[in-house]
Design a protein around this ligand. Structure first.
Ligand code: THU
Length: 159
């Protein structure tokens, strides 16, 4: 038996420690939570992607009475980014969420597994690392690339 431990590099910043362009991106993700369509969970998630050309696109979770037909904010945003700008790498993705009381979360929400899988493919498609910023009122988590969020990932190389 061989035992291995995989560790994930993670940096936690106070928001004021971040460069202006990251703060701008986080603000876009926070704003996007107010465009969430979440009448079932009342949990409002927003995401904002900064593309290689500097453009910011944002999106929010979109729910449906047929629950599995809804989509998370991260995938709404990434699919929109790649639909509108297929040649532009996503360099940074910021995520923010408000709870059922409408308040931004103190600790960031970690993206769901399906969103991590999509993030991985978006990163690989463009051959450039995609930084992830997870906003919480008490700290912002920074992951340098999607690999940190999804170790032991499945991708096209196994096909
Ligand atoms: N949600 C997201 O948009 N992103 C995540 O990373 C986790 C969950 C949404 C899906 C659903 O609309 C609501 O939050 C509750 O799960």
């Amino acid at each position: 038996m061989i035992e291995q431990t995989l560790s994930i590099p993670l940096k936690i910043y106070l928001i004021q420690e971040l460069p202006a362009e990251d703060i701008e991106l986080i603000e876009a993700a926070k704003e996007a939570t107010f465009r969430s369509y979440s009448p079932y969970s009342h949990f409002s998630v927003g995401a904002a992607a900064r593309l290689e050309n500097g453009i910011i696109v944002s999106g929010s979770n979109q729910e449906n009475a047929a629950y599995p037909s809804g989509l998370c904010a991260e995938r709404t945003t990434l699919f929109y980014a790649n639909s509108q700008y297929p040649d532009q790498a996503v360099r940074t993705l910021a995520i923010a969420a408000r709870n059922t009381e409408g308040k931004f979360l103190q600790a960031p929400i970690p993206p769901c597994g399906s969103c991590r899988q999509v993030m991985m493919e978006v990163q690989q498609r463009h051959h450039l690392p995609m930084r992830i910023l997870l906003y919480g009122t008490e700290g912002v988590y920074e992951l340098a690339n999607v690999n940190s969020l999804l170790p032991l990932s499945f991708d096209e190389s196994f096909l």
